[in-house]
Design a protein around this ligand. Structure first.
Ligand code: MN
Length: 207
C-alpha cells in the first residue's frame, strides 16, 4: 500500500471506474472513490494537521494506537484512518480480470471450507450478517483462515488476523445498482475478486 504517511492523498485506482461493469457500475465506483474515500482522507489530514506529533505514524500505526491518543481525537482517527485503510484494501481487492483462488490460498480454502463454493456461501452469510454499515473480511492468522464481519470503519490493520480480502457492505457501495439487495451485490462481487492480491496477502500472513 503506497502513501502510508501524512499527508494522505487519494491514489488513483489501478483500473477505470467503468472497469467492473456490469458487476459494479461506473457511477458507484466514481462516487465511492472520489467522494467517500476522499472525504475520509480529508478528515484524517484535518485531524492530523493539529497534532504534528502524530504525523510521523503510518496509517496502520494510527489505527493500532488510536486508543492512546488524546480523547478528543479517538473516534476521528479510528473512523477516518480506518476508512482510508479499509477502502484502499477493498478497491485493491477488485479486478476486471476474472480469476479464481489458486496456490496455497486455494489449498487453505479447500482444507478449511471443504470447497470454494462452500467458502463463498460462508463468506456471503458473514457479509449479510453485518447489521447496518461495515465489511466482511477473509483473514489469516499464520495460514489459518477466518471470516470476520466488522462494523463501521473498524479495521484489522496490525492485528493477529491479517486481512486477505474484504467486501464493503455500506449501502453506498451498491445502492445505485442493487438498491437494497445486498445479496445480489455480494454475488456480483464474487466475479470481480482480485485473487492475485488475496494470494499475496495470504503469503505475507504466514510466518
Ligand atoms: Mn465504502
Amino acid at each position: 500500500m503506497q502513501n502510508r504517511y501524512y499527508p494522505f492523498v487519494n491514489m488513483p485506482l489501478p483500473y477505470e471506474y467503468s472497469a467492473l461493469e456490469p458487476y459494479i457500475d461506473e457511477k458507484t465506483m466514481y462516487l465511492h472513490h472520489n467522494r467517500h474515500l476522499q472525504n475520509y482522507i480529508d478528515k484524517l489530514n484535518e485531524t492530523l494537521e493539529k497534532f504534528p506529533g502524530l504525523q510521523r505514524l503510518s496509517l496502520e500505526q494510527l489505527i493500532c494506537s488510536a486508543a492512546k491518543f488524546p480523547r478528543e481525537i479517538h473516534s476521528a482517527i479510528t473512523d477516518n484512518a480506518g476508512g482510508v485503510y479499509n477502502h484502499r484494501f477493498f478497491f485493491e481487492g477488485l479486478s476486471h480480470c476474472k480469476s479464481n483462488p489458486s496456490g496455497k490460498l486455494l489449498c487453505a480454502i479447500e482444507k478449511q471450507y471443504k470447497s470454494t463454493d462452500n467458502f463463498y456461501s460462508e463468506f456471503k452469510s458473514a457479509a449479510l450478517s453485518v447489521f447496518g454499515s461495515g465489511y466482511a473480511w477473509l483473514t489469516s492468522n499464520n495460514g489459518t483462515l477466518k471470516i470476520i464481519a466488522s462494523a463501521n470503519q473498524n479495521s484489522f490493520a496490525g492485528g493477529i488476523f491479517r486481512p486477505i480480502l474484504t467486501i464493503d457492505v455500506w449501502e453506498h457501495a451498491y445502492y445505485l445498482k442493487h438498491y437494497n439487495m445486498r445479496a445480489d451485490y455480494i454475488d456480483d462481487w464474487f466475479n470481480i475478486i482480485n485473487w492475485k492480491f488475496a494470494e499475496e496477502n495470504f503469503e505475507k500472513s504466514i510466518y
